[in-house]
Design a protein around this ligand. Structure first.
Ligand code: ZN
Length: 63
């Protein structure tokens, strides 16, 4: 019980630190650039959780 509670708390504390550089939102983990802040946040959340790239997200990245 206690363990689950702690895990939930940590999850909520995870800071999504999408940076805004040169007109683009950048995932702080994989450094991909997005024109949409929500996509960048999605990417960063995914990167932090799975340490891999989600094609559904990265296809929105700007190359
Ligand atoms: Zn990412």
């Amino acid at each position: 019980m206690r363990r689950i509670k702690k895990k939930k708390r940590e999850k909520n504390l995870v800071a999504i630190v999408v940076s805004f550089v040169g007109g683009f939102y950048i995932c702080d983990d994989c450094k991909l650039r997005y024109s949409d802040k929500k996509m960048a946040q999605k990417c960063e959340r995914w990167c932090l959780a799975y340490h891999s790239c989600n094609l559904e997200i990265t296809k929105h990245a700007i190359k």
